[in-house]
Design a protein around this ligand. Structure first.
Ligand code: ATP
Length: 611
């Protein structure tokens, strides 16, 4: 099912059109707060008052999980580690040093943030389910460590001399108000992240980490920031949980159920949406608590069963949570299509789509060298994918890299833009040694890249896909949106800005990738089979766009199999075969080279060609 831009976190039309987040979240937040306060005012039963406190507590833990896992896609089964550390920090500060929980909560948040850093740094080396499973290990290890340290059961001392100063209230509703305030603070942090380059970068990582890196996003540092913020929120709410329960045991704060609750609240309510965990907690906590109260003695563990069944139902009927499901249903009822109208400023479109390819003078022979590659090699086991490759690219040039399948062309690009590390060699770009730098650093220096297999961020709109490429070259989000629109105009896609990338044609996807690379304002563009899969008209259009980009002063290196197009486009060819440079020179000369003909067609045909 294709979603509208409005349904995607950080992708509301208000956001995409103006380049500035509108405060669409404000009224739901005010409405929710007033409704909750009214409920707090009327509920007198102490058990239900505790339930009203637990809803924002678990919602806050769910929000913390969502900030890391919902936005970046790095699923954590171990958020109890942060929660438990927070709970024990506050408790130990209170019990051992007499520090009030009002301050202890900040200590708990700080320890949670630090734990995020310590856990995130090594664990982000892992991806996918390896990451998820290794996160599981942390709370389990901490559980045994705290038991071993003798903290099996620690009670918070009663301070009847100054109860309010030590967060000890006779009126349970005060706890609910504090929990609500903490949840609102966490929600505001989450909304802020969702609508900024922080959230957009996490979403890009979730959808395609390699493309995000190549677009200049420092994926490691954004992930680290996300786990620090997430750990801080989980730690703080863990500390408050200790105040509410007055007693802390390792299983109650580091146990599997705690980690599961964080995940289930977000999965049930809506993954990757700030409100998701709030909805999850508002439905599931009362349900499980009431069932536990009514049936707990006859059916012990009923809470776990209800949570398990809820998750199975959600996976079956609303895999991304009820928030997204309801939005999809409402949209279908309204009968809206997949295009949203853009009210943002328009820029004049260029004349894209004419079949005429602008004439080209080519670079001066004495133009300065922009990229210098020397003796670059990369092996995979016994296979030498790239062997001792050397060449230069001059400013303003369009250099074509050609060669038969498996010749090492894509590997060469991966080495040049830092996705893969070369075994040996030298690469200098604009006078600077870039060998061994990460993909995002190389992008920052001015090398943009597109991929042979297009790597869009399918759940983001065209404009948002391109904005992600613009972050590297801009300081503010507004500037990034302006830059992204300009890039869309350069490739003739300004009319498609609000379409979702998941539903684009091959030509649109190729143009989108080109625009995303252009948005970073590169000096050098590496285009990997940009014409692949296009019909002849689309090839002509694409050639026109590439020529125009070159005419604007961007140097281009392009890999392509479509020889008739390449001969018209490139100033010079470098031919690769079995990972080595077979020939180099002007297109006409190279295409007549018997060695090149043989590499492409085999000995028999090369003899024909000579005859
Ligand atoms: P095509 O035109 O078909 O895309 P190419 O010229 O781009 O081919 P590469 O994709 O660079 O060729 O591959 C060069 C060789 O290196 C191939 O034999 C390929 O199987 C191998 N290769 C590339 N990446 C890896 C990898 N990660 N692990 C092992 N072998 C690899």
């Amino acid at each position: 099912m294709q979603r509208q831009s409005a349904d995607i976190p950080g992708a509301s039309p208000e956001h995409t059109n103006q380049g500035k987040p509108a405060k669409a979240w404000l009224w739901p937040l005010i409405g929710f707060t007033i409704g909750y306060l009214a409920l707090v005012a009327v509920v007198r039963n102490q058990y239900y008052q505790l339930m009203l406190t637990l809803v924002p507590v678990w919602a806050t833990l769910g929000i913390s999980w969502n900030i890391l896992s919902g936005y970046s896609g790095l699923v954590s089964f171990g958020h109890a580690a942060f929660f438990g550390l927070g709970a024990y920090t506050l408790t130990i500060l209170f019990v051992s040093f007499g520090i009030t929980p009002w301050i202890g909560i900040f200590g708990a948040g700080a320890v949670g943030a630090l734990a995020g850093l310590v856990i995130g740094y090594p664990t982000f080396r892992l991806r996918g389910h390896y990451f998820a499973l290794s996160m599981l290990a942390y709370p389990l290890a901490l559980l045994y460590v705290f038991e071993w340290l003798g903290y099996q059961e620690v009670s918070l001392p009663m301070r009847r001399d100054a109860p309010a100063a030590y967060m000890q209230f006779s009126d349970n509703r005060v706890y609910t108000l504090i929990a609500l305030a903490m949840m609102i603070a966490a929600l505001l942090v989450s909304l802020r992240i969702e609508r900024s380059r922080f959230g957009m970068s996490l979403l890009a990582i979730k959808q395609n980490e390699i493309a995000a890196e190549a677009a200049g996003i420092d994926t490691f540092s954004w992930k680290l920031k996300a786990i620090v913020v997430s750990g801080m929120i989980a730690g703080a709410i863990g500390g408050f949980y200790a105040v509410v329960l007055l007693v802390v045991t390792p299983p109650s704060v580091f146990g599997m159920l705690t980690s599961a609750q964080a995940l289930i609240m977000a999965l049930f309510g809506g993954v990757g949406a700030a409100w998701g965990p709030v909805i999850g907690a508002a439905v599931l906590i009362p349900l499980t608590e009431i069932l536990h109260a009514e049936l707990g003695d006859k059916l012990p563990g009923i809470q776990g069963v209800v949570l398990g069944v809820s998750i199975i139902l959600i996976i079956l009927f609303a895999p991304e949570g009820i928030l997204w499901k309801v939005r999809d249903m409402l949209r279908r009822r309204r009968g809206t299509d997949d295009r949203t109208t853009s009210a943002g400023p328009r820029l004049a479109p260029p004349d894209v789509g004419t079949s005429a390819v602008p004439a080209r003078a080519g670079p001066r022979a004495d133009a300065p060298v922009m990229l210098e590659v020397q003796g670059l090699s990369k092996s995979y086991g016994g296979l030498k994918a790239v062997q001792n490759v050397s060449f230069v690219v001059r400013e303003g040039e369009i250099l074509g890299i050609i060669g038969p399948n498996g010749a090492g062309k894509t590997t060469l690009f991966n080495l040049l833009n830092g996705i893969t590390r070369a075994d040996v060699g030298k690469v200098r770009f604009a006078g600077q040694d870039i060998f061994g730098l990460s993909a995002n650093s190389i992008c920052r220096l001015g090398i943009g890249r597109t991929f042979q297999v297009v790597r869009p961020f399918p759940r983001l709109t065209v404009l948002e896909n391109v904005v992600i490429g613009a972050f590297v070259a801009t300081r503010s989000d507004d500037e990034a949106y302006v830059q992204a629109r300009k890039a869309l105009v350069r490739v003739g896609m300004e009319g498609d800005a609000d379409l979702l990338a998941g539903g684009l044609t091959t030509k649109q996807l190729r143009l989108l990738e080109l625009a995303r690379a252009l948005a970073g304002d590169p000096k050098l563009l590496l285009l990997d089979e940009t014409l692949a899969g296009l019909g002849s008209d689309a090839v002509e259009d694409m050639l026109g766009v590439i020529r125009r980009v070159a005419a604007d002063g961007t140097t281009i290196v392009i890999i392509e199999h479509t020889m008739h197009a390449m001969v018209r486009l490139a100033d010079r060819f470098v031919v690769l075969d079995h990972g080595t440079v077979l020939a180099e020179g002007a297109p006409e000369a190279v295409t007549r080279d018997p060695g090149v003909i043989e590499a492409y067609l085999g000995k028999k045909w090369s003899a024909h060609a000579r005859a």
